[in-house]
Ligand binder design. Structure first.
Ligand code: HMG
Ligand code: MG
Length: 300
């Protein structure tokens, strides 16, 4: 088996996990979640979003969260920024890394960010320029890489084309999002074969929502394709407000269990991670979406 020796997990729980929550979540609880995650050894945490509060009200307090988290050395604390206004907000909050997000489907692009794919890419150019001037790193996302809630099947070549543009404009890494979690391991391998043709595989990441229960299989398929960065969400929190019925990202605890079993190093402490997930689930009064966490907590 030719698998990567190290994997980097991008913890998106505080952003992707919480953005869809209807109930108000206090800044203190968000801060506690981020601090719990960094204490568990996560090296990269997506803390929030500088998007329109009319579109995603839950992320409105992201600047306050950034102001209050305990920033550990060596940990990346990132935020989404859909346009220059968002980037400026992030910069003001002291954010050192942002992510821009495009889609491989026109309909999803319209629903999520109110513009076409090509308009979104044009909008990102000044963000990338401003980021460069200010020493901020930019990650790119492509949504709907294995299917769109509005358009259905999405050709891999279309994903590749958007990913190439993001990479060419200066994103150091592009994360491919199965927003609605319908992709299979076979689809995932074919997708990385196509996208990996033009973009080095060490510049690509996988972002799998677990709606159809395929995310761990898709991560394993990605590992076989040489992908070594995966986005995940503690306790499997979340969903996308513009992809109805989509469940959370694959649970970080479950990915860690998979990677530990493969002898792949991440530096994350499972027990502390499970505690972080249990705490936020208690705040939200929600069942834990991680199978590993549920099993461990039940037997504790
Ligand atoms: P728009 O309405 O077309 O924007 O929204 P606009 O430029 O016409 O501005 C309208 C109003 O919004 C103005 O305010 C602006 O100032 C304000 P008004 O004059 O009406 O008072 N505005 C902003 N306010 C705060 N921060 C900003 C900002 N920009 C404009 N950055 C826009 C366009 C992109 C802003 C909007 O559609 C938006 O915020 N969308 C965000 C959607 C979102 O966050 N979706 C979830 C994240 S993506 C995701 O989950 C997928 C991912 O996980 C990968 C995967 O799973 O596939 C990443
Ligand atoms: Mg997502």
């Amino acid at each position: 088996m030719n698998l990567p020796q190290h994997v980097r997990l991008v913890e998106v729980g505080p952003r992707d996990g919480l953005q869809n929550e209807k109930q108000p979540i206090g800044v203190a609880d968000k801060v506690r979640l981020v601090d719990d995650l960094s204490a568990a050894g996560l090296g990269y945490i997506e803390v929030g979003s500088f998007v329109s509060p009319k579109w995603v009200p839950q992320m409105a307090g992201s600047a306050e969260v950034f102001a209050q988290i305990q920033q550990l050395p060596g940990v990346t604390y990132a935020a989404l920024a859909p346009n220059l206004k968002g980037f400026e907000g992030a910069l003001e909050a002291g954010v050192k890394e942002v992510a821009v997000f495009a889609a491989a489907s026109e309909a999803f692009s319209q629903k999520n960010i109110n513009c076409s794919i090509s308009a979104s890419l044009q909008r990102f150019v000044p963000v990338l320029d401003a980021a460069k001037q200010n020493g901020v790193r930019v990650r790119g996302y492509v949504s709907c890489v294995l299917g769109c809630p509005y358009e259905g099947a999405v050709p891999a070549e279309q994903v590749a084309s958007v990913a190439r543009e993001l990479f060419a404009m200066g994103c150091y890494e592009v994360s491919l999002g199965d927003t609605i979690g319908t992709g299979t391991a076979g689809d995932t391998r074919r997708l990385f074969e196509v996208v990996g043709h033009d973009i080095p595989r060490n510049k690509l990441a996988g972002h799998f929502h677990d709606t159809y229960g395929q995310a761990l299989a898709n991560i394993y398929a990605s590992l076989l394709e040489g992908i070594s960065v995966f986005d995940s969400s503690v306790a499997g929190l979340g969903g996308c407000p513009y992809a109805k019925g989509a469940s959370g990202n694959v649970a970080t605890e479950d990915v860690l269990y998979l990677l530990n079993g493969l002898g792949i190093h991440t530096g994350i402490d499972m027990d502390r991670l499970i505690q972080a997930g249990a705490r936020i689930c208690a705040v939200l009064d929600k069942p834990n979406g991680s199978r590993v966490a549920r099993a461990r907590l039940a037997s504790a």
